[in-house]
Each structure stands twice: as C-alpha cells, then as structure tokens.
Design a protein around this ligand. Structure first.
Ligand code: 4NP
Length: 140
C-alpha cells in the first residue's frame, strides 16, 4: 500500500487489508514515495480513525518505497495518480509495472493531510470498500 508520506492513507490501507486478510498467509506492508516522515508513526487522525473501527495501526513506522519492493511484493496498490507515476519511475521491468495499480481501480484516495477528521473517515470507508472487493475477487 503506497501513498506520499506513509502516515495518513497507506497506513490505513495497510491496517485494513491486514485485518481483512488475517485468514490468509500473506504479508501486507506500506510505504511512501517521499521520505519526509520516515520512521514516524501514522498521523494521529489515522490512528484514531482506525482505532474507532477496532484496527490498531499505532505501531506502524513510515518508510520510503524502494525498488526492492517490486521483488518483495506481488501487488503494489497506490492511492493516487501521483503515487502511481512515482512508483512507476522505479520500475525496471514489465513485470514490475504490472504489479502497480490504483487501489480504487480508476478513482483516487485523496490526500486528507490538510483537512479535518472527516476526511479521514471518508478515506477509511473508500479504502475498506476497495480492500473488501480485492479480497472477494481472490476468493472466487
Ligand atoms: P499521506 O498524506 O500521503 O496519505 O501519508 C500526507 C502526509 C504528509 C504530507 C503529505 C501527504 N506532507 O506533505 O508532509
């Protein structure tokens, strides 16, 4: 799960996907295309929004997306078009490029960083719906 700072959207996506896929043996992780917040915990608003739904993301630590993530992961879900472009800049092969897609398919999870708490709830709901759809498609 990839966004810009790895403190607002992708930590939510990481926590939600991990929660929904706990019966599968898969590894879920998140990263940001920028390194501004590397080592930091998620934004308190993301932590609070997830906690209200019973998901603990407080122990996550931000890190930057690196080219090695193309080797480590089968799917790379990004939150918006800018993340998509930045991740694709690090892709080296067609197989790398094929792993990357917008989490919402054709829509974006907009950056809630400069807004209020409500933005985080909207982001949570959009991400949760998308994660449920992905897992459902894997179950078929
Ligand atoms: P995120 O949100 O990409 O969802 O983690 C942001 C967090 C921090 C900044 C921008 C977006 N920032 O500019 O510091």
């Amino acid at each position: 799960m990839v966004c810009l700072g790895n403190i607002c959207r992708s930590p939510l996506a990481h926590g939600i996907f991990e929660h929904l896929s706990k019966d599968f043996s898969i590894t879920v992780d998140s990263a940001g295309t920028a390194n501004y917040h590397a080592g930091n915990a998620p934004d308190p608003r993301s932590i609070k929004t997830a906690a209200a739904k019973g998901i603990n993301i407080a122990n996550q630590k931000a890190r930057q997306f690196i080219a090695a993530d193309f080797v480590a992961f089968d799917y790379i879900f990004v939150m918006d078009q800018e993340n998509l472009n930045n991740v694709l800049k690090l892709a080296e092969t067609e197989s790398d490029r094929k792993k990357v897609r917008l989490l919402l398919g054709s829509d974006e999870v907009e950056d809630p960083y400069y807004g209020g708490d409500q933005g985080f709830e909207i982001v949570f709901d959009k991400i949760e719906k998308a994660c449920k759809n992905i897992i459902e498609s894997w179950n078929q």
